[in-house]
Design a binder for this molecule. Structure first.
Ligand code: NAD
Length: 313
């Protein structure tokens, strides 16, 4: 029989992901929940008649579904949705006497919360995987997300990949045990946060010393300083077309999302007693940038503009 699929958290990312799952997932019935009832009703209306039911609590979703995907803002929301004593997913599994359900959390959250929640789900006789994504809202809409998945074993990973994740993503990687999806995600984003600041300082210095920005970027991109932040997403206006720097840093990946991901990396480093000197400085810089009103909603490469604003004129 076809599985019943649930989805909790229908925001910027969750809504288009759920739409793709409904369109391509092959299930004959879906149950969704969001604290904002109108977005859940909107999803139901946008799908085929009777295909999507709106639940009143996460526990109702768990009672009805074999597989549930969650896409929530941060750790505390994930804890609440999974572990709330009466309205949580785990409470719903218990109430329905359901075992062997697959719960997939695609939120970007701290490793500790991910592992805690997985343990509680396991005690209830079901399985939770962490599967954070990269690719942004465009990747969510196009169904081309990258999923970084932590799974207790390869078989569960393959089941979730084939039945669920392929309908929302393209590059789907088993990163190891539960929590390792989050590890892969925050490590990549820490590298990115640092390299974008490095690219910005470098371009800003060269331009202020009189170099043509395009010429300087060309030299770097054929030399040892080359990286994604210089050759694909250069933060200096006038170097590349079709990047946020070419349109006053609108669109893209927000400075506050980068600050959030760096805070997760820095706390994980603290917990594992790992030294992340540059990661910690990058975190402070993105905290400062994103706390300023004019930068809050800008792409994270706006750190170039922020540096330039803060350089002596
Ligand atoms: P969002 O704030 O747009 O959406 C979150 C949704 O969850 C909202 O609809 C909200 O109403 C709902 N929600 C909040 N608390 C809830 C609860 N207790 N129960 C049910 N629903 C609840 O966030 P988003 O941009 O969709 O991001 C979701 C996650 O994906 C975050 O962890 C984010 O870091 C990560 N992410 C975002 C992007 C991006 O480009 N936006 C890219 C990669 C990863």
């Amino acid at each position: 029989s076809k599985p019943v699929i649930g989805f909790v958290g229908l925001g910027q990312m969750g809504y288009p992901m759920a739409l793709n799952l409904v369109a391509k997932g092959g299930a004959t019935s879906f149950v969704v929940y969001d604290t904002s009832a109108p977005v859940a009703e909107r999803l139901a209306a946008a799908s085929g008649a009777g295909l999507v039911t709106v639940a009143k609590t996460p526990s109702e979703v768990a009672e009805a579904c074999d597989v549930v995907v969650t896409m929530l803002p941060a750790g505390p929301h994930v804890r609440d949705v999974y572990l709330h004593a009466s309205t949580g997913l785990v409470a719903g599994l218990a109430r329905a006497g359901r075992k062997n359900a697959l719960l997939v959390d695609s939120s970007t959250i701290d490793v500790a919360t991910s592992k805690d929640v997985a343990r509680a789900v396991e005690s209830a006789g079901s399985v939770m995987l962490d599967a954070p994504v990269s690719g942004g809202t465009l990747g969510a809409e196009a169904g081309t997300l990258t999923f970084m998945v932590g799974s207790p074993n390869a078989q569960t990973f393959n089941t979730v990949k084939d039945r669920i994740l392929v309908h929302m993503g393209k590059n789907i990687v088993h990163c190891g045990t539960v929590g390792n999806g989050q590890v892969a995600k925050i490590c990549n984003n820490m590298m990115l946060g640092i390299s974008m600041i490095a690219a910005s300082e470098t371009m800003n210095l060269g331009v202020r010393l009189g170099m043509d920005p395009k010429l300087l970027a060309g030299i770097i991109n054929t030399s040892s300083g080359r990286c994604w932040s210089t050759d694909t997403y250069n933060p200096c206006p006038g170097v590349l077309p079709n990047v946020p720097a070419a349109r006053d840093y609108t669109g893209g990946f927000g400075t506050s999302l980068m600050a959030k991901d760096l805070s997760l990396a820095v706390s994980a480093a603290h917990e594992s007693k790992s030294t992340v000197t540059l990661g910690a400085v990058a975190h402070q810089i993105y905290n400062q940038v994103s706390s300023q009103k004019e930068y809050k909603t800008k792409d994270f490469s706006a750190v170039y503009k922020w540096l330039n604003d803060n350089s002596d004129k």
